[in-house]
Design a protein around this ligand. Structure first.
Ligand SMILES: [Zn+2]
Length: 211
């Protein structure tokens, strides 16, 4: 992008001077040039696959936190989900104000398969060691949570928590996991709402709450 803009500047200024064509300063669109220079000098925000972006119902674009176009009914998801599952483009206002650059989307996105593969790999090692029941294995492969699951089972099934609130007392360690609405791989689904908060007592799941 920068290289392209540099080329535009060369074409606009250097080329006319060299070819002895008088440069018409009055007719030139200075505000356009201002915007170009702004683009060149602005720090670029590089979004990675797991960064959180927001969408609004009935729109085909995604926004960054703080965009003025975002209302109250926004849904958070990973950039990867927004681009590769929903096939949304970044909002033009967000591109202009933050100078977003995006990672290259693979030709054939395998987001769903990646997530399933990660779950399969996790249960395979546990089952091999004889450390997992069929019931827990099936739940993880479905992306579900069960009472009594360990924290690593939950991470394999639902992804890493967004935040952990920890309380220690005579009863032991109590944790509330605030979950993202998507799996580590970037997949957002309805189960993300179902497992909005997951509660642990001494490292094992005791309950969960939707949000
Ligand atoms: Zn926006």
């Amino acid at each position: 992008m920068r290289k392209f803009l540099f080329l535009v500047v060369i074409l606009v200024f250097v080329f006319p001077l060299q070819s002895q064509i008088p440069f018409n300063f009055r007719a030139f669109n200075w505000s356009m040039l201002g915007r170009l220079m702004q683009q060149i000098s602005k720090p670029q925000l590089r979004l990675s696959e797991s960064d959180v972006v927001y969408v609004i119902p009935d729109e085909k674009v995604f926004h960054l936190e703080g965009c003025e176009k975002l209302g109250s009914s926004k849904t958070g998801m990973s950039v990867r989900h927004a681009r590769e599952v929903r096939e949304y483009e970044p909002c033009s206002e967000c591109i202009l104000s933050k100078g977003i650059t995006l990672y290259r989307v693979p030709i054939a996105s395998t987001i769903l398969e990646d997530m399933r593969e990660a779950r399969r790999a996790y249960v395979a090692t546990k089952v091999e060691m004889g450390k997992m029941s069929q019931r827990v294995k099936d739940a993880i492969l479905r992306g579900d949570v069960l009472i009594g699951m360990t924290s690593s089972d939950v991470i394999a099934s639902r992804g890493r928590p967004h935040d952990v609130n920890k309380t220690t007392g005579v009863f032991g360690v109590h944790e509330q996991w605030v979950m993202h609405a998507f799996h580590d791989s970037g997949l957002w689904d309805l189960k993300g709402k179902e497992y909005g908060y997951i509660y642990f007592e001494n490292g094992l799941v005791t309950s969960w709450q939707s949000r």
